[in-house]
Design a protein around this ligand. Structure first.
Ligand SMILES: *Cc1c(COP(=O)(O)O)cnc(C)c1O
Length: 393
């Protein structure tokens, strides 16, 4: 007798970490639709719809706006591989883990990396960002708009202005901002922005939206050496998605459907309303955390609306809290790493996960778990969050 394998039964988790976030039933439905071939006219209809919806969420009119087959890191590597040539000076604004990953990739692609460093969780002021770029005069500048390892938002206008003054291109990591807060590629002056599908957009992982300015494309066309990564060569991908629609790789119709549906939800909600929802729920969450007597790592005004990083109270062991939340409440959050290991929680309230109910659920569960781990919250966090929401409703 052949063995019987019953259908998979994954646990029902409430995903409140730095990604993946929760997926809407409508996106799940789209993921179950019949696939078409990777050159089917219908696939290109979906690609075109995704292109214009991505232009909306990125805040750009760049015609070169697509999604790479791969996770957020593939977007990062696409940006680096296409725009860093061996010997190029690459300036990286470093104040957290993901800028380090960009620096590592840039180095592997032959870039001569210069780091502008700050302690994790801080951000660069306009004046200092400008000064550093004018001093180093790099060919490429990279920064992380939404640093998921710390919860900080890095403003980009001054960075882009200074970079353009010295003729450099700007790469911005918008992985945890896209779909949850304004990215504003064109207004900021970003040349290459990339993201992922599983954070602010509320889709499963597997796609990396990317947008490239006409200015950056000119530089790409002027490259002296071929892009070393065939799979992520933007010119070859241009032949697949934008131009003659020639076979390059077998992109997943399923993932295109999911991304299309997630973006349709963004457009139907309205960008402004969606950002307002994220800001509202973020503020409510922070009010709850502070009422409980905890402090946030990042200064007010530089915090992400999508990902919150409260400091772990003195005497509490962060991994134990995380384990209890998962085992006893089915809630996934994350902890800090690198210099912030054991020091912060990373709690995502983004995309389809950003609801008042989830804010209350997490605050209540966190209060109970902290109590069990020896920390008594100063006041009722959920009540504080409710007051904020009542005031902004
Ligand atoms: C998640 C993340 C990435 C990497 O995305 P993956 O989908 O895990 O490959 C890159 N940059 C930032 C800022 C992120 O938060």
């Amino acid at each position: 007798m052949p063995e019987v394998y019953p259908p998979l039964r994954p646990p029902a988790r409430l995903l409140m970490g730095p990604g993946p976030s929760m997926v809407s039933p409508r996106v799940y439905e789209a993921l179950a639709k019949p696939i078409v071939g990777h050159l089917d006219p219908y696939l290109f209809e979906v690609v075109e719809e995704v292109r214009s919806l991505l232009q909306l969420v990125f805040g750009t009119s760049n015609p070169y706006t697509i999604a790479i087959s791969g996770t957020g890191s593939s977007g990062m590597e696409t940006a680096v591989a296409n725009f860093v040539e061996p010997g190029d000076k690459v300036a990286v604004f470093y104040a957290g883990y993901f800028s380090d990953r960009i620096a590592e990739m840039a180095q592997r692609h032959g870039g001569n990396v210069v780091r502008f460093e700050k302690p994790w969780g801080e951000t660069f002021e306009d004046g200092e960002a400008r000064e550093l770029i004018l001093r180093e005069r790099p060919r490429v500048v990279a920064y992380v708009q939404a640093e998921t390892s710390t919860g900080a938002f890095q403003k980009g206008k001054a960075i882009c202005d200074a970079a353009h003054e010295v003729g450099a291109l700007v790469i911005a990591d918008c992985v945890t901002s896209l779909g949850g807060m304004p990215v504003e590629v064109d207004k900021t002056g970003i040349d290459i922005a990339y993201s992922c599908s599983q954070k602010g957009l509320g889709c499963p992982p597997g796609m990396a939206p990317i947008t490239v300015s006409p200015r950056a494309l000119e530089k790409l066309n002027a490259r002296k050496t071929p892009v070393p990564v065939w799979y992520m060569d933007l010119k070859l991908l241009d032949g697949y998605y934008n131009g003659p629609r020639r076979y390059h790789h077998t992109s997943s119709a399923t993932l295109w459907y999911g991304l299309r549906e997630a973006l349709a939800l963004v457009a139907e909600e309205g960008l402004e309303e969606r950002f307002a929802r994220h800001l509202r729920n973020h503020r409510a969450f922070v009010a709850g955390i502070e009422a409980m007597g905890m402090r946030m790592l990042v200064a007010e005004g530089s915090r992400l609306w999508t990902l919150n990083t409260p400091r772990v109270p003195e005497g509490v062991e962060e991994p134990k809290v995380r384990k209890r939340l998962l085992e006893e409440y089915g809630i996934e959050i994350a902890g800090g790493f690198g210099p912030l290991a054991g020091k912060i929680f990373r709690i995502g309230v983004m995309g389809y996960s950003s609801t008042r109910e989830n804010v209350f659920t997490v605050l209540d569960a966190l209060a109970a778990v902290l109590q069990a781990e020896g920390y008594t919250p100063a006041a009722d966090g959920k009540a504080a969050a409710e007051r904020v929401l009542a005031a902004t409703a």
